[in-house]
Design a protein. Structure first.
Length: 325
């Protein structure tokens, strides 16, 4: 019989309908027995997965490599950033991509990396968008939790000092200190939340409102869940750390508007953290907006910071420039 395109496609359809051809697909699936609840309705395995982005984002390494490559391309187009030290240690430095105009708005970006990884040079990819919008883009470097011996306090302290340094030294790169904004993603959003509860007057002798707005994406705003998860294998959580660095517990200290974002393909805990923080802020009468990005995972939504039409890029520019989202 002569084989036609129709008969060939029909044979393929019949084969597919007949069932899987691979032996591993035919094997019965073992159903995992749920253990006792450790946090909310999650057992230990579920909680560990809920704070492990690789479980929910199989393209993590691809996107991180893309961010680094795109950051290098941005440096080629804009030139190398100005590099400043905001402290004495080798970790306490920041990159400034300056706008073409003077006295321009400033966005300070805090990168993520599960508190363990990340460098400012690999998060330069949004700089082009900010510079073209007439704003300065500042990417922070700071110690990671393994370099600090499992302690999150030095990270939060360095981020706070970096923001204070930018405010006090804005004129060195043509920035307008009165229009300073902060953005952060993942563990950087957690550190951004710590910045939002800072008493700038008491701790730094600065005006209470040095930061005019925060855009925090895919962050952690209460550390109880992370502390109970496998992240405690490299973070030496203490009661004092959990309490002091859980921004949701200090809503009354927050002065600036906050925009929170998360993707619908993120882990259930990262989605819940943003929802709960937004609800707490709203209940307290604070200025808050929650943006839910349909179909984005943890790393895909971070990538939208470099796109003025992406969820994160649009949110930051709207806050800084007073535009409608």
């Amino acid at each position: 019989m002569r084989t036609t395109r129709r008969t060939f496609l029909g044979a393929l359809a019949a084969a597919a309908a007949a069932g899987p051809a691979r032996g591993e697909d035919c094997a019965p699936k073992a159903q995992r027995v749920k253990g006792p609840h450790v946090w909310l309705d999650l057992d230990q395995s579920e909680l560990d997965d809920a704070y492990d982005q690789s479980v929910y984002a199989p393209n993590r390494e691809q996107i991180l490599a893309r961010l680094a490559t795109n950051s290098e391309l941005v440096r080629r187009r804009l030139g190398e950033p100005q590099r400043f030290a905001y402290g004495a240690s080798e970790f306490e430095k920041l990159d400034v991509f300056a706008a073409k105009r003077g006295n321009a708005r400033i966005n300070v970006y805090i990168h993520g990396g599960a508190w363990r990884t990340g460098l400012a040079k690999n998060y330069a990819f949004p700089a082009e968008m900010f510079v073209h919008a007439g704003a300065h883009f500042v990417a922070l470097d700071f110690v990671d939790v393994e370099q600090s011996g499992g302690d999150l306090f030095p990270m939060a302290e360095q981020v706070r000092r970096a923001i204070a340094w930018v405010y006090k030294n804005a004129q060195r790169f043509g920035g307008d200190a009165s229009r300073l904004y902060v953005s952060g993603t993942s563990s950087g959003a957690h550190l951004g939340g710590c910045a939002a509860i800072t008493d700038w007057q008491k701790d730094f002798g600065l005006p209470a409102d040095i930061v005019k707005g925060y855009v925090l994406c895919s962050g952690m705003y209460d550390l109880r869940g992370p502390r109970l998860s496998k992240r405690s294998s490299y973070v030496k959580f203490t009661d004092a750390m959990e309490e002091a660095l859980s921004s949701q517990r200090y809503i009354e200290r927050i002065r600036a508007p906050i925009v929170l974002l998360y993707g619908t393909l993120e882990t259930p805990e990262f989605q819940r953290q943003s929802r709960d923080f937004a609800q707490a802020l709203k209940k307290a009468g604070k200025s808050v907006e929650l943006v839910v990005a349909e179909g984005y995972n943890h790393f895909e939504i971070t990538e939208t910071l470099g796109n003025p039409y992406g969820h994160l890029g649009r949110a930051v520019l709207a806050q800084m420039l007073g535009r409608d989202r």
